[in-house]
Design a binder for this molecule. Structure first.
Ligand code: LLP
Length: 416
């Protein structure tokens, strides 16, 4: 976490606010973001790509943190926005994002979603397949900018569920089918085809793979726009090294200079690498059990950190209100869901923990909130942005009333 420091009493501070104060005021589990860290990371991408390639555009892959407050911040900082469905479209519009700056992704867009996007005046649709072109033929009443997603055939070295650019991918058309789809768009009076898109996957730590993808996409043809996706990995644990934003940009721009037409627009779509390390999840310890191993259990878990199960992502955590005390044991940090896989950290060094202590799980800013769910009746956590000693609620915590409104709207009240 970018701005995390300890105050004199050994309590972790984020953006100048003690985590004890954050937990008291907003409750736990709580996703806390350092707003300065978010903005700094965005500037690195926008300025860094702008300095290296004359006509560039950076999109925020909003699936990584689809919170209205984040859409607003991203828009303010000058990012365009990648949305992946009707829900993210609604959230972006609610945040006041200019629809012209929205890019609509997805391999299974429905008629209703496309209609909604077109009615909202969406800037660009990234076409995935021929059925989508059929839909657009029925729906379009005015010119629409389009990109085509192609499969570059780059097998990203990452978790299998995060690799999307290999020849077996469900996303986009194989390169040998692209030409026909492009010809179809170019022949249609309302389809304004501008270029091609690819995305090879997520949490990628080898920049050579991005360069390889740029080389592949150039072989589809000469266009005005090339969107080479997102996917830059981040460091989650002390033994995992990630490339810097700058070395990532160096790699793709070197490949672009070699392969893409001068004067074309180069676009990228980072998500994780903007938000992951700016976010920390705060939990409250609910029990400490010593059974040969020490189990420190907290008031959240798998339901709000799906990546521990989905991609076996490993994390670090610290006892955030006892930073001055020496570590004395390595604990199993576990959540409250009814799964043995609900192990947040396998071996977290800590001083002796007590019920009521606060745990900070670091680098949890990407994909955690958005994949959180109601397993075991869990409620989605709140999101808070902190900067200059001020915390503001960006997304409120789900309540039992929300849960009942979905499942039993006729029920008179909520038990308290
Ligand atoms: N562009 C497209 C078309 C994408 O599908 C994605 C991520 C991105 C950009 C942004 O990728 P990033 O820069 O964040 O790596 N649920 C998984 C991650 C799935 C990523 C999906 N697509 C996880 O939690 O690891």
């Amino acid at each position: 976490p970018e701005e995390a420091t300890a105050s004199g009493d050994g309590v972790l501070e984020i953006g100048g606010v003690a985590v004890t104060e954050l937990a008291e005021r907003f409750g736990t589990p709580l996703h806390v973001y350092d707003e300065v860290g978010l903005r700094r990371q965005i500037r690195r991408f926008i300025d860094g790509l702008g300095e290296r390639w004359p006509d560039s555009e950076v999109l925020f892959a909003s699936k990584s943190l689809p919170a209205v407050g984040m859409y607003r911040l991203a828009h303010e900082e000058g990012l365009s926005i990648d949305i992946a469905g009707g829900g993210e479209l609604q959230l972006a519009l609610a945040a006041g994002v200019d629809p012209a700056r929205l890019y609509f992704h997805g391999n299974a867009k429905t008629d209703a979603e496309l209609q909604m996007a077109v009615d909202a005046g969406i800037g660009t649709i990234i076409v995935d397949n021929d059925d989508e072109l059929d839909r657009l033929e029925r729906i379009l009443v005015r010119p629409q900018r389009l990109l085509l997603r192609v499969i570059p055939g780059v097998e990203a070295k990452t978790h299998v569920s995060q690799a999307t650019g290999g020849s077996g991918s469900k996303f986009g058309l194989p390169m040998d089918q692209a030409e026909r789809a492009i010809a179809r768009m170019q022949a249609h009076p309302l389809m304004e085809f501008v270029g091609v898109h690819l995305h090879i996957g997520s949490q990628i730590l080898d920049t050579a793979q991005f360069a390889e993808a740029v080389g592949k996409i150039s072989t589809v043809g000469t266009f005005s726009t090339y969107d080479v996706g997102g996917g830059l990995g981040v460091s989650y644990t002390y033994d995992e090294q990630a490339p810097s934003v700058e070395s990532y940009l160096d790699a793709i721009v070197a490949a672009a200079r070699e392969h893409l037409p001068a004067g074309s627009r180069l676009m990228i779509e980072p998500g994780r690498s903007i938000v992951a390390r700016a976010g920390v999840t705060l939990y409250r310890v609910t029990s400490v059990k010593r059974t040969g191993r020490t189990f420190v259990a907290v008031d959240g878990g798998l339901a709000d950190q799906m990546d521990i199960a989905l991609t076996q992502q490993r994390y670090e955590a610290l006892l955030a209100d006892r930073l001055l005390e020496p570590w004395s044991e390595s604990v199993q940090l576990v959540g409250r869901q009814c799964e043995s896989g609900d192990l947040l950290v396998d071996g977290a060094p800590m001083p002796p923990a007590h019920v009521g202590d606060l745990v900070a799980m670091t680098a949890t800013g990407a994909y955690a909130y958005t994949m959180s769910n109601n397993y075991n009746g869990a409620l989605k956590p709140a999101i808070v942005f902190v900067s200059d000693g001020e915390a503001r609620l960006v997304t409120r915590r789900e309540t039992y009333a929300d849960l009942l409104a979905t499942h039993a709207p006729a029920r008179a009240g909520v038990l308290v």
